[in-house]
Design a protein around this ligand. Structure first.
Ligand code: KIV
Length: 289
């Protein structure tokens, strides 16, 4: 076998279910394309570190996104805007190291691709070479199509992101629902078709009316990944800190909280502090002699 011929594992037909069907190699873009053909829905979660990513990988989440939501969910910024390429490379490399099976997609952060397709290529290559991710994600529909085309031509799988694109928070004046009204809906459809035409293997639809997301999903051959896009997209993504109840304060309407980790961790920390104060920790079984 030479370097260009796929290994038997890579060649394996992508017909088994994404959940537990394929365990000996990472999920690929071909698996996701097959899942759309079968009508199998799949999930994506964000991850920003090796430990948490490993938990999600073991749980069978087929795609993990090292989102630039790391800015507000991991690094303490208010928005995704300040996140740098160096930070994305470091976080993405950790997520790759912590996982065996999930496809790892990394965000190109604000300012790392908007200048030109060549800039997008340079930074996408950093994420592939230095972090080892399997795909990159960037925001924008028609406006990003030329960059997507160049990356895809270079062999880099690209996930697009349209609708509410958080890197444009200052232009939007917040995080409003997108695609409402005829003109906005038509623009969203044009954006979706433009990224598909440019070669994106999937597209995130964020904060758009459910009916419009369903229409886009029906009209595209590539999988749509909804976040606040209703029940009819091919896949669903949530930010893990929202999904697991780690986020402080209000979360968007589209979030479902599957756990209350903030309370669990806070209680554990308070119990530890109390034990130390009262002398109950460390006990005999925690001590060396
Ligand atoms: O950065 C991120 O977490 C994202 C998701 C909201 C899709 O882009």
């Amino acid at each position: 076998m030479n370097a260009s011929s796929p290994s038997p594992a890579q060649n394996q037909a992508s017909t088994s279910t994404l959940y537990g069907g394929v365990t000996s190699r990472r999920v690929t873009v071909r698996d996701l394309a097959s899942a759309k053909q079968r009508g199998e829905k799949w999930s994506m979660l964000t991850a920003y570190d090796a430990l948490t990513a490993g938990v999600f990988d073991e749980a069978g989440i087929p795609v993990l996104l090292v989102g630039d939501s790391a800015g507000n969910c991991h690094l303490g910024y208010e928005t995704t805007v300040p996140v740098t390429m160096d930070q994305m490379v470091m976080l993405s490399a950790a997520v790759v190291r912590g996982t065996k099976r999930a496809m790892i997609v990394a965000d190109l952060p604000f300012g790392s691709y908007q200048e030109s397709p060549a800039q997008a290529m340079h930074n996408a290559a950093r994420l592939m070479k230095e972090a080892g991710v399997g795909a990159v994600k960037l925001e924008g529909g028609e406006r990003s199509a030329r960059s997507i085309e160049l990356l895809v031509e270079a062999g880099i799988p690209v996930m697009a992101h349209i609708g509410l694109t958080p890197q444009s928070v200052h232009a939007f004046g917040g995080y409003p629902v997108q695609g409402r009204g005829d003109e906005a809906a038509h623009q969203l459809l044009r954006d979706a078709k433009a990224v598909q035409q440019a070669g994106a293997f999937s597209v995130v639809l964020e904060a758009v009316p459910a009916e419009l997301a369903a229409q886009v999903t029906e009209q595209l051959a590539i999988p749509t990944v909804g976040i606040g896009g209703g029940p009819d997209t091919d896949a669903q993504v949530l930010v893990w800190t929202d999904m697991a109840g780690m986020t402080a304060g209000r979360v968007p309407k589209f979030v479902k909280k599957y756990a209350d980790l903030r309370t669990v961790l806070g209680d554990a920390a308070r119990a530890f502090a109390e034990d130390v104060r009262g002398g109950a920790f460390p006990a005999e079984e925690h001590s060396f002699h």
